[in-house]
Ligand binder design. Structure first.
Ligand code: NAD
Length: 266
């Protein structure tokens, strides 16, 4: 997949950790210049930017809270001033604040929706405005590409995580409605829905033998996913190889959405 994204610029939100970090790395490997957004800890995003540069690529890290409109605008302004524009936007930032429904605080409900849903709204809105402002750059069939980081929980209900599941269910119709609206301008909007990927967000689910065994019962393919699995999917969705893919959720989940509980007659 080397050079599949040459002469293109990619912005990845939440690139300081986990899936965002892995996606940024994969996009850079495919030849894109990469803007790595981080929320509060610059170290790993800056270290990855250095690593990409040492390998002959282009990258820099930029701070922004994706739930804050003015910070999102500044993040896009930084893309313009450093790389002229942006071609690929991966709205990846997300978090969990889990609790039983009756105990869930309004603050935890709002924080999750603000980052996971409003954050993607603000990021995608700035992306669409930027694609329109600069017009076709001749480096891709599309005017621009937006990838929303969803989750298997856009379709699998998740007790104890009502705020998170509601945010990802929201992403499903957000992505599809936006894709329908902007496709005539040749802006491609799609989602990736990861299953269980080994990152800090779900450490409790895989870092002990007992937890891992329980988790693997939900994954027909028999292994936990890695950030690179999502990175590979993102490269494809961002490239012209997927030029006719519009408004689709790509599940990258080792079969988690195949309802493995029914494999043995239910
Ligand atoms: P993670 O905790 O490692 O990374 C989340 C990233 O989002 C971090 O870089 C964090 O700084 C950033 N972030 C949080 N709030 C932010 C804000 N307000 N502004 C900017 N950045 C912010 O977790 P991850 O697993 O890498 O999650 C990345 C995305 O993938 C999330 O949207 C998550 O819902 C989704 N996802 C993860 C899994 C999984 O199994 N790990 C499965 C399905 C979906």
């Amino acid at each position: 997949m080397e050079n599949l994204l040459a002469n293109q610029v990619a912005l990845v939100t939440g690139a300081s950790s986990g899936i965002g970090y892995g996606v940024a790395k994969s996009l850079a490997k495919a030849g894109a210049a990469v803007v790595l957004n981080y929320h509060s800890h610059p170290e790993s995003a800056e270290q990855l930017a250095d690593e990409i540069q040492q390998h002959g690529g282009s990258a820099f890290a930029v701070q922004a809270d994706v739930s804050d409109p003015s910070q999102v605008e500044k993040m896009f302004a930084a893309c313009r001033s450093r790389f002229e524009s942006v071609d690929i936007v991966v709205a990846n930032s997300g978090l969990q604040k889990d609790s039983a429904f009756a105990d869930m605080s309004l603050e935890d409900w709002q924080t999750v929706l603000a980052t996971n849903l409003t954050g993607q709204f603000l990021t995608a809105q700035s992306a669409v405005r930027e694609f329109r402002r600069r017009g076709h750059r001749g480096n891709s069939n599309a005017l621009g590409k937006i990838i929303c980081m969803s989750s298997v929980h856009e379709v699998i209900p998740w007790g104890g995580h009502v705020n998170y599941a509601a945010s990802k269910g929201g992403i499903q119709m957000f992505m599809k409605s936006l894709a329908q609206e902007v496709a005539p301008e040749r802006i491609r909007v799609n989602s990736i829905a990861p299953g269980a990927i080994r990152t800090p967000i779900n450490k409790d689910a895989w870092d002990t033998e007992t937890a891992l065994k329980k988790l693997l019962q939900l994954i027909p393919y028999g292994r936990v996913g890695e950030a690179e699995d999502i990175g590979n999917a993102a490269v494809w969705l961002a490239s012209d190889e997927s030029d006719y893919v519009v408004g689709t959720t790509l599940f990258v989940d080792g079969g988690m959405t195949l309802y493995p509980g029914f494999a043995d007659n239910g």
